[in-house]
Design a protein around this ligand. Sequence first.
Ligand code: TYD
Length: 350
Amino acid sequence: MVISKLLVTGGCGFIGSHFIEHTLASHPETEVTCLDSLTYAAHPDTALRLSELAPQRYKFVRLDITSGEIGALFAANQFNAVVNFAAETHVDRSILDPSSFVRTNVLGTQNLLNAARENGNVRFVHVSTDEVYGTLGPEEPLSVESSGLSPNSPYAASKASADLMALAAERTFKQPVLITRCTNNYGPGQFPEKLLPLVIANALEDKPIPIYGDGKQVRDWIYVLDHAIGIDTVLRHGKSGEIYNISSHEERHNIDLVKSVLRLLGKPESLITYVGDRPAHDRRYALNADKIQTELGWEPSFTFEQGLKRTIDWYVNNQPWWKKARDKEYFDFYRSNYEMKFAPLEGPTA
Ligand code: TYD
């Protein structure tokens, strides 16, 4: 399908910004409107960089996806596709404030679905997560698209709820809705509250690295550009009403991943600090991505080692970016929720 006018929500966030960059570079026929409410997770430098890539094909709108103005935005712009990245995404934050996750992830998605339906049945790609399937045992088979939903954190439950509303819109109103579910992303420009950027940034500053529980949890890692290309493939070639898992099949124990980062940075393992576990901490996520590979021909192009090297280089070479990201807001959050981390972290004084 030719995508001429594309709305990308949450486009100033980590994955959304990589997706926009890929779209502007690869599809000269596509005009992008980036909608973002610019919460803590949208770095101002990322927003600025996007605006400079292809100014004649890029517009920015500051708006929350729950806003009553979303319908008017659709009416005025005649989008022919939407990709919904806008979401609260950090599990630890969802434990502290579940309501904000319901508001943005569930009500916000529903608000977008309504607007898409009422303004020409706009093609709608909803970006979701492997966390909706819940936890896997060490030997259990990879989750497939038809696996049951069994979310454990408020974050995962909010994403599963949004997925169900998106599928209901497709069944009930015949809206062209597609869902992608991806594994843990990593790469340049990820907010340093997530494991990998947090480990890199703390290691570079010789700060303790908090490992929740025994560190034997398993995550399946994908380089963010591979994910962006997967979503782009689904947007243009996927079938309405379908769910597509996206994975690079790179499962790692948290502790092994942290040790690899320390080794690559030449930092000592003594920085590792075991702390109390996250409540309801899922042991393992891992996806089967055969469907997107066989039906749409998508394949990842980065191995974990290649992606990790690129990512570490980026954080080493862009220290002002992540230092800015994690100054007062970051430390206010962790200071005021000290019990969650169980370990003292140093930071700027308020
Ligand atoms: P995270 O990046 O928060 O992603 P998710 O919870 O969505 O998978 O965490 C990845 C894994 O790393 C998860 O098992 C929790 C763990 N973790 C730590 O051990 N220490 C930390 O400081 C963080 C942020 C995460």
